[in-house]
Design a protein around this ligand. Structure first.
Ligand code: GLC
Length: 551
């Protein structure tokens, strides 16, 4: 087992020059904690901050630089925390400010930075601002903090435009006036419980800046900015030209990626710049690389959360294109690339990489799972071989697959709002299995956890993987450690090597070579000494669905 990392060891990482200490995030490994699902110490079946503190030793062992906490602020939990009713308080479900301060203290003692989600596009409908807007008259300053509009038609009974919610159903809800008569409509790009803020109102920015300072003053090291390509709305709120799918949007969609958003990011950045050593990363769902690059210009976000590797198939051409385009985008503005295989909104990679259709013909469920798992092993080695910031979603390091939950277990608002046409994101949010042989596997003392944990996960617990050198967890630990320790991982670029059909190979300036075999055949390796392989070689060849690191 690896020895505990000390502060001096950490700051002397071979591939991070000491002068870049304030920009530690440029090559960091950031671990996303979905708080409901990580570890529950209170015994109510939902994860909490005390549970996270309890597991900091595990995160130190894994070797991550920082955690990103999905929202822990006060929330009625209509969207599991992404509906915030008080952005400067901790929800009692997760703990309190004293526990949060303790988390920061203990994490920092272990040299782990703490970053947290900020949700600037919308609030909860239980936020005091929204309650007062409901009680105020159309055109009032209270209503002006949100996006209220009169309906269309003589009696205003049709919504102001044809926008749909990302979660399904209309993006507008009509309210009753004080006299009980139907009144204006308000906009919510997500659930009706998440009214969109009006970013043309200066009070909205001022309040976000107060929130940022509130957390930064407590020692937070950065933020993940939710829907960072949202916030600004186009003048006149023009109709959607074609219907948008649930949980998806394209670049011509007027609901997102409007130019005004860049001024908002500049204003957010000005606060970050008061706190050296902090960073923010924005959730940016745009298709075009040029559009993506705009968000990470020097005076906007430090980092953009890049979904490309999380959305391509296990296909060499697609993976290579995702990498090339991502690098070109960030390079064009002098920014740092980021990578991830998944997060709390997308299906887990083990499941995404399982063969489907003809490729799955004749394979048992166990065989499909084994292939998905082997490919996920290969892809984390690709991710960690790339320059920039690597994000890991909790449970990836255990090789958790998505869970096919029964209808009556589903709690993602997408399930209800889509009229039961989209099952939503619960399948990637199932609590982590820690130890023991049956659910809830040490996640909680309560067996009725907020999402049920499959009994089959007994072989995926942390306990069962820690001492097994061939486990996913051991691969993550070795790969993260090598990435830190070895000079071969230095340099901001990748040079592509010729590779057999269905394979990719690239070299970092420091000398690391990463070769991925996404073809159905074993292939020879590029020359070099092997540092790590995701699956053992066979007859000296890299097997299908495997990655090798060489120096
Ligand atoms: C982001 C979050 C997602 C949430 C949505 C609304 O996409 O990642 O989980 O539902 O914003 O806040």
């Amino acid at each position: 087992m690896r020895e505990q990392k000390t502060v001096s060891e950490q700051s002397s990482k071979a591939n991070v020059p000491a002068t870049d200490a304030a920009q530690w995030w440029r090559s960091a490994v950031v671990y996303q904690v979905y708080p409901r699902s990580f570890s529950d110490l209170s015994g109510d079946g939902v994860g909490d901050l005390a549970g996270l503190i309890d597991k900091l030793g595990y995160l130190e062992l894994l070797g991550v630089d920082a955690i990103w906490l999905s929202p822990i602020m006060r929330s009625p939990m209509a969207d599991h925390g992404y509906d915030v009713s008080d952005p400067r308080a901790i929800d009692p479900l997760f703990g309190d400010l004293a526990t949060f301060d303790e988390l920061i203290r203990q994490a920092h003692d272990r040299d782990i930075r703490v970053t947290m989600d900020l949700v600037p596009n919308h609030t909860s409908d239980q936020h005091p601002w929204f309650s007062s807007a409901l009680g105020a008259a159309p055109g009032s300053p209270e209503r002006d903090r949100y996006i209220f509009a009169d309906g269309r038609g003589d009696d205003g009974s049709a919504p102001p435009n044809n926008w749909t919610s990302v979660f399904g159903g209309p993006a507008w809800t009509r309210i009753n006036d004080a006299d009980g008569e139907p009144g204006q409509w308000y906009l919510h790009l997500f659930a009706p419980e998440q009214p969109d803020l009006n970013w043309d109102n200066p009070e909205v920015l001022a309040d976000l800046q107060t929130t940022m300072r509130f957390w930064l003053d407590r020692g937070v090291d950065g933020f993940r900015i939710d829907v960072a390509h949202g916030m600004a709305k186009p003048p006149g709120l023009p109709d959607l030209e074609h219907p948008a799918e649930v949980l998806h949007h394209t670049d011509d969609d007027p609901r997102f990626n409007n130019d005004g958003v860049h001024d908002i990011h500049r204003a957010i950045r000005s606060v970050m710049d008061e706190y050296p050593g902090t960073f923010n990363v924005g959730e940016i769902w745009v298709e075009s690389s040029q559009a993506f690059a705009k968000y990470v210009r020097p005076d906007e976000l430090h980092l953009g959360f890049n979904f490309r590797l999380a959305t391509v198939d296990f296909d060499a051409d697609q993976i290579r294109e995702a990498i090339t385009e991502s690098l070109a985008a960030t390079e064009s503005v002098g920014a740092v690339p980021t990578w991830t295989l998944s997060n709390h909104d997308v299906p887990r990679e083990v499941t995404r990489y399982m063969p489907t259709g003809d490729d799955a013909e004749g394979l048992s469920d166990d065989e499909l799972l084994a292939i998905g798992t082997a490919r996920a092993r290969a892809m984390i080695m690709v991710e960690l071989a790339l320059p920039g910031t690597a994000f890991i979603y909790n449970g990836s390091e255990l090789g958790l697959p998505n869970v096919d939950l029964p209808d009556d277990a589903l709690v993602d608002p997408v399930w209800e709002n889509s009229g039961h046409t989209d099952r939503g994101r619960d399948g990637c949010r199932v609590p982590l299995p820690w130890e023991g042989t049956e659910p809830p596997f040490g996640f909680s003392t309560e067996t009725d956890t907020w999402l049920p944990i499959p009994a089959e996960w007994s072989s995926l617990t942390v306990e069962s993987q820690l001492e097994d050198i061939y486990s996913m967890l051991s691969l993550y630990r070795q790969a993260i450690e090598l990435r830190y320790a070895r000079l071969e991982f230095s340099g901001d670029t990748v040079e592509w090597y010729g590779a057999p059909e269905g394979c990719i190979a690239f070299r970092r300036p420091g000398g690391l070579i990463c070769a991925l075999n996404a073809s159905p055949h074993p292939v020879p390796l590029p020359p070099g000494r092997i540092l790590l392989v995701s699956t053992p070689l066979e007859a000296g060849l890299l097997v299908p669905g495997a990655t090798a690191w060489l120096v």
